[in-house]
Design a protein around this ligand. Sequence first.
Ligand code: MF3
Ligand code: CO
Ligand code: CO
Length: 268
Amino acid sequence: MDTKTRITREGIRLYNPEDFEGMRKAGRLAADILDRIIPLVEPGVTTEVLDRAIEDMVNDAGATSATIGYKGYQHASCISINHVVCHGIPSDKKLKDGDILNIDVTVIVDGWYGDTSRMFVAGKLNRKAERLIEVTHEALMRGIEAAKPGNTFGDIGFAIQSFVEKNRMSVVRDFCGHGLGQVFHAPPNVLHYGRPGTGPLLQEGMFFTIEPMVNLGRPETKVLGDDWTAVTRDKSLSAQYEHSIGITAEGSEIFTLSPADKFHPTYG
Ligand code: MF3
Ligand code: CO
Ligand code: CO
């Protein structure tokens, strides 16, 4: 058995071809859980109820939640409503008609981590929110397009930032994507902004997330007194989409594709 572990100068682990199967299983479960949450998202439901359903699905699959117990976090998901950028804590607050929310789930299957998030809507979606969600999803997909051997992490950031700013929205700088695999958060920091040709070179076997947060207003965020909830400083709406991917010889493989093809849109 080949037990050699390869790490780049920047501290990025290069996984082997047989490791992709582990990531597929974990990614598929995380995505399937988000698929099955869609019918539960409606006005009047609390985010605590959604989180409880997610925790049950993780357990029923014989998997482990990566977030319960992570740095003291106590929930199986982060649920970030409207101007909450990320790390929203599930609570007894009820969803209102027109709320947009990101649900972020990370599971561990046989030691491999699957991390994905997407946008949901309670009730009727308004046009400004719809445009934000569309641009954020497209920004993620453009970042993934740029993720291939020979390109750099700066190329990914540039693809995302240039598209978002062309649409007169802003990219959050205070949070980034991350390497993952047999750990939750590993090098590198995957920035959602940047200049072409800068940053580490992308190589086959790198596993990481891309998870751009896009604001309708300014990019600045602040973390609330609960030490988790990050919100936009100007209270503008924020959206996020996240996939876990692996670099292949030809480009990339998305581990967190929706089995029901419902990654986007999750609504009508
Ligand atoms: N899933 C988040 C990410 O994309 C991390 C959540 S950590 C938690 O990296 F503790 F807030 F759940
Ligand atoms: Co992530
Ligand atoms: Co996540």
